[in-house]
Each structure stands twice: as C-alpha cells, then as structure tokens.
Design a protein around this ligand. Sequence first.
Ligand code: NAD
Ligand code: GLY
Length: 363
Amino acid sequence: MAEEANITRVNLADRSYDIQIGSGNLGSLSPFLQSRCSSNHAVLITDTHVDPLYADKLGDQLAEHQWEVHVLVVDAGELSKCAEVASDLWETMLEEGTDRQSIVVAVGGGVVGDLAGYVAATFTRGLGFFQVPTTLLAQVDSSVGGKVGINLPGAKNMVGAFWQPLGVLIDVDVLATLPEREYRAGLGEVVKYGVILDADFFAYLEQNTGAINAHDGPTLTHIVERCCRLKADVVEQDERETTGLRAVLNYGHTFAHAFEAAGNYGELLHGEAVSIGMMCAARLAERMGRVDRSFVDRQLALLESLSLPVATPNYDGEELLALMHRDKKVDDGQIRFVLPDRLGHVELVKEVRVEDVLASLEA
Ligand code: NAD
Ligand code: GLY
C-alpha cells in the first residue's frame, strides 16, 4: 500500500479527475478504480515489457477484488501506436465481451496510454478509462490531459481524440526498472515545463541535476507532482487547444515530430527528439530576437547535464520542412512555432521565415 500519496486534481467540470502520485501505490489500484467508476469489467492494455513487470500482477490484483479482467498486450514501442494495432484491440475487446459498462486501464508508457486511450474513446463510442503511467515521460506528461491517438505513416498523432481519463494512478517506484535511455528521454519533457511555464522550476532542475541523475526518489516525486500540476493548470484553461494556450506544451515538438517521422519512429525516442527540438526552437527564437544567447546556452547546459541529446540528426532540411507542414499547428498553410521570449514564458508564433527555420536546425 502507498505510504503517502499526493492528489493533484484536474478541474474540468464533469470531466474532472484525480492524479494520485505516490510510492508503492500500485497496490491500491482496485480501490482507486472502484471509488471512481461502477464497472466490474476491466480491459488492461499494456505492452510486452510492462506486462511481466507490472500489468500481469495488476490483473491478478483486480481479479482478487472480484473484477472480470482481460489483459491485452501489444508489442512495446512507438510502432504499436497505429491503426492496425488499434483495430486488433477493438476486435479482441468485442470477442471478449467488452461493453459500455467496461473500463479500459492503460498500464505502460505514453505509447500504451495514447493507444489505449484512443481505443477507449472509440469503442462503443466511448468507454471510461484510467491511466497507470509507468515511464517518466508518461508520468509527467502524456497520462494527463486527455490527448489520445495514433500515428499515420509520416504524420505523428494525426488521428485521435480528446478523451479525459477517470483517474491517473502514478507510482514513482516503477521508474526503478525503466531503462536509463527512457529515463533520460522523460527528462526532456521535464525540462520543457521549466522553459515554458516555470523559471523557478527550471532553476530547481539546474540545482538538482546530481539528485536527478542519481534517480533520487523524493526529487523525482517532487518533479512528477510539479509537472502534473503545471500541465493540469494549462489543460484546465484550454482543454481542447482552441485558445492557443495548450499549444505551449508543444514547445520543441514541431521540430521533434519531424525528426521522429524522418527516422520512421525508430531512431530517436520522443523525449530525445523533444530535447533536440527545444534547442532548434531556442535558436529560432534567438534568430528572431526574442531571446538572447544566454537563454540558449542555459537551456543547452541543463539538457547536457541531464545527458540528453542536443545535436540535430543528419536529415535533409527540405524533408524536415515538408514534414513540419503536416504538423497539427499548421494554420492557413503556415507552420506555427512555440517560441520563448524569456525563461518560463513562450508564445505561439505564426510569422516565421523558412530560412530562419532551416538555419535554426544547425547549432
Ligand atoms: P513508451 O510508451 O514506448 O515506453 C518506453 C519504453 O519503456 C517501452 O519499451 C516500454 O515498454 C518501456 N517501459 C515502460 N514502463 C517501463 C518500466 N516501468 N520499466 C521498464 N520498462 C518500461 O514511450 P514513452 O516515452 O513513455 O511515450 C512516448 C509516447 O508518448 C509518444 O508516442 C508520444 O507521442 C506520446 N506522448 C503523448 C502525450 C499526450 O499528451 N498524449 C504527451 C507526450 C508524449
Ligand atoms: N503533450 C501536449 C499536450 O498534452 O497538449
């Protein structure tokens, strides 16, 4: 059972929910679900890495608490976030008697959360769903806010929905089994929050790189809590990304999604692509006179001290530009970029010259 758990509330009228953040609280999944829905049939969706570590045991826990449980396992990795895998899940759920009273529980990283959430949003026009994020990236970002979806070849997250979970259960202990490269990738999104919303948090990260690199538990709990609160604040104000506010969460992502697509989703991890993309966005902001060199250097120093990649991969600039034109933030044929004007503050900017975008790819 959890020794202590913090609750972060996401206030969205009748779609409000709790994010419970703690250490050892996976043991209380059943009561967490039972107090937030009236179902007794849970479809746990997970991947091949997380199933033997956590999801299988969570399935047993639910069964012991009189749930009917089906555990559906997809291949680990970004390539599972696609229409074919979603279709397989729909068909299996139908065969196994899933109906409108059933719930979906996503146990895994952002891939599982996005995919399972999309399947939940669409099966019988919408099932209740819960997130149990098991990567740092999913705990600080993707499990919160209700963006769910799948990729099309060459177009990341192009098909999806806004479908809020009924609750998010975060146990920071599961990060102990996360491969080091995946842990680092999650830190890319963590740094993002400091740059876009919270200069004090950015300074906290700078002052605690030793503890972060040592995976210190209390430091990680603080980081997860702060990121969830920052994301919840944004989502509460612009749930469906209609005012431009929520778009700030995509700092570095226009570049990042192009890098991921150019590498067929198999070369860079999402958080790594975000790290490199944030450096491109910072240089673009510097070229446009929005920030000075010290901003770029400070962001670079933090990313490097967390061992995140910062160098642009060797893809063709014109190809990247074409991929960026498929970004969902494209408006009237123009790519819009989230750019900083100071630490802790960014804006969505439309008037950006192509030559500046190409130049910002290079350090
Ligand atoms: P991921 O889901 O692929 O997980 C990374 C790897 O870690 C996988 O191999 C997984 O099996 C393994 N893993 C997960 N938890 C583990 C654990 N505790 N111990 C050992 N191994 C574990 O990748 P991710 O970085 O979590 O998520 C990336 C995805 O999230 C991308 O598709 C991205 O687009 C999406 N995303 C979505 C949002 C959103 O708001 N919906 C936000 C950010 C990112
Ligand atoms: N990760 C971007 C968002 O949730 O809006």
